[in-house]
Write a new protein. Structure first.
Length: 626
């Protein structure tokens, strides 16, 4: 009798009637009911936190024209992360106590004043009060703590960003004022340089003025000494000019009389010519001869005509000489009258030039001193300009986007850049490896509520213990594979958990089922009814040591050996890789451990089959039977 025949006989026994068939179907569905319903119920609880009722109480009275509590309350309610309800302090307290609210967050009345106190250098920590009730749900307390911490962090970032922004705006103000000062210093330096250049020109001019005024003073003093006798001389000149003017006037009068007599003689000669011509015409002398006679007479009077012309010219010149003499006499008189004032003015000018020379010398000395001061001013203004411009480079002056980004970074300097190698996606998917493993063990356990671990007929027929052991295990192995296929179909298609490598994951789960059924089969074959109890004990030990929820490294040290030895932890680890990423070297270790347990379990079952071939009193009448 082969192992396969032994297994087939056991499966036929289980399906011989209607109720046994239903029982087998129930056994196949046990892992499905356990794992799929649990995973369905916990598929994404964080996505439904908006159904969790929570209260928020705002008692903040505000400060400095702001009510941060009202701002926070509005943002929290609008976020929709929970079923937020605004309530009074009494309503929130009673609601948490009665279970109406899972937890409550209270913002006290001094919240804004405490938050803004740092701006007045009277720092005070703001407080948010969290009210929980573990009688409602312990995880609600844990979630509430995280919510309160998130609200605290958000408020701290917000207030910190505002404070940093005001701080940076202060830098911008300092930058602007320093820039104005630098611009003023630049203008001052430019003006000082121009003043220095002008001062240099002024100093050069003052030097030239001092030299020129000295020369002017010397010249005017010489002129004053040279013109001291000028008034007497000009008076003598005026008197002489008056005498010459009087003499010239007399000569001009004589010349005018002579000119008048010459003019009269000329007129008389003209009349005589006319009379001669008339008498000649009267006596009948021809006109040609008359003209000849007049021509002879004109030749004869030519000297007289010339003399008359000279007399008239001389008389005219004498008149002009008399007029000029009078003008000279008048000018000389005016000069004589003005010369005392001129000499007095020259004296005053000389005195002024002396004073100017002295003042110019002092001015020259002062300008040299002023030039030194102006040079120092220009140098200092340049240093001030350069210092302010250099300091200006050290003062931050970010633009609005940069200032906002900088303020946000100051308020929240660290961020987390999550780079997950693999992601489960949801809470249910994260628990799937553990509950699939657990359901597979439970499925293997319940199979032996109906299956017989060893065939008594085969044992009685003397079949090899190895064949009997494998035959007893194969029946559970077939049903276990059916359990895994149904379970994976429900988990992926109905619950919606994504599997990265479906074939690999199913194959690994089949291996886990084969191993688990072999272990439970070995316990039942070796210990009988006690083996069922040992299967439960082994299940409990694996529940606490497999690391299905928390990382196994967080287990107490005493449980470390259980995790390293028992197979469920390796099943959980292998399924995590195959569900999320894919096979790895660690998966080979998991497969190796399961294969080792499988072989060991078959060997124990073989040993049990060998022992079962010997009939004893305890076997015929067992102390405990299930």
């Amino acid at each position: 009798m082969t192992s396969f025949r032994i297994a087939a006989n056991e499966l036929r026994r289980l399906t011989a009637g209607k109720l046994p068939k239903l029982a087998v179907a129930a056994l196949v569905l046990v892992p499905l009911l356990y794992a799929s319903f649990y995973l369905y119920a916990n598929y994404d609880p964080y996505g439904r936190l908006s159904k969790l009722p929570a209260a928020i109480v705002n008692e903040d009275t505000g400060a400095q024209d702001r009510n941060v509590g009202r701002e926070v309350t509005g943002e929290v309610v609008k976020s929709g992360t929970f079923g937020w309800h605004e309530a009074s302090a009494g309503e929130a307290q009673q609601g948490v106590r009665d279970g109406k609210y899972s937890f409550a967050i209270t913002i006290p009345k001094d919240f804004s004043s405490a938050l803004l106190s740092s701006g007045n250098f009277t720092p005070e920590q703001a407080t948010i009060r969290l009210t929980t009730n573990d009688a409602n749900n312990y995880l609600s307390h844990t979630i509430a703590n995280q919510v309160a911490e998130q609200i605290r962090t958000t408020i701290a970032e917000k207030v910190g960003a505002e404070a940093a922004n005001r701080f940076l705006i202060g830098f911008s103000t300092i930058y602007g004022k320093t820039q104005e000062a630098a611009n003023g210093a630049t203008q001052l330096a430019d003006g000082a340089n121009r003043l220095r250049d002008g001062q240099q020109q002024l100093a050069d001019g003052a030097s030239q003025l001092a030299t020129g005024s000295t020369q002017l003073s010397a010249g005017l003093n010489t002129l004053r000494s040279s013109t001291a006798s000028l008034p007497d001389k000009t008076r003598q000149l005026a008197d002489g000019a008056a005498q010459v003017s009087a003499g010239n006037a007399q000569v001009a009068a004589v010349g005018q009389t002579l000119a008048s007599g010459s003019s009269d003689l000329q007129q008389q000669l003209n009349d005589a010519d006319n009379q001669v011509a008339q008498r000649l015409r009267a006596t009948g002398v021809p006109e040609a001869q008359v003209q000849q006679v007049l021509s002879v007479l004109r030749d004869l009077r030519s000297p007289v005509d010339q003399a008359n012309a000279k007399v008239q010219n001389a008389a005219s010149q004498l008149n002009r000489l008399a007029d000029g003499s009078r003008q000279v006499a008048a000018g000389a008189a005016a000069l004589a009258d003005a010369t005392p004032q001129l000499t007095s003015g020259i004296g005053q000018a000389a005195d002024g030039a002396n004073a100017l020379s002295s003042g110019a010398a002092k001015l020259n000395d002062g300008e040299k001193t002023a030039l030194d001061g102006t040079n120092q001013l220009a140098t200092g203004a340049g240093q001030l300009r350069d210092g302010l411009n250099e300091g200006l480079k050290q003062i931050p002056n970010p633009n609005d986007p940069t200032r906002t980004a900088t303020a946000d970074t100051i308020a929240d300097p660290v961020t987390v850049d999550s780079a997950g190698v693999a992601s489960a996606g949801t809470y249910g998917a994260g628990l799937a490896p553990f509950f699939i493993s657990l359901a597979t063990w439970i499925g293997a356990f319940v199979l032996f509520l109906l299956l017989r671990p060893l065939s008594a007929r085969a044992l009685a027929a003397g079949v090899s213990p190895l064949r009997v052991a494998i035959g007893g295990w194969l029946a559970s192995a077939v049903l276990g594979i059916a359990q895994v296929l149904v379970l994976f179909g429900a988990v992926t298609w109905l619950v919606g958990i994504h599997v990265a490598h479906p074939l690999g994951a199913i194959g690994f789960a089949v291996l886990a089922s084969l191993t688990f059924t072999a272990i439970v089969h070995a316990l039942n074959a070796m210990f009988g009814a006690v083996g069922k109890f040992l299967g439960l004990v082994l299940l409990v030990l694996q529940l606490v040591s497999a690391g299905g929820t928390f990382p196994w490294q967080t287990l107490p040290d005493a449980l470390y050996p259980l995790h390293l030895v028992l197979p469920m932890g390796y099943v959980v680890d292998g399924l995590r890789h195959l569900l999320y990423t894919g096979a790895s070297l660690e998966s080979l270790l998991d497969i190796g451990v399961l294969c080792g347990w499988l072989v060991a379990a078959v060997m124990v079952s073989t040993l049990a089959a060998r022992k079962q071939r010997v009939w004893t009193v305890s076997k015929l009448h067992p102390e405990l039977s299930l």
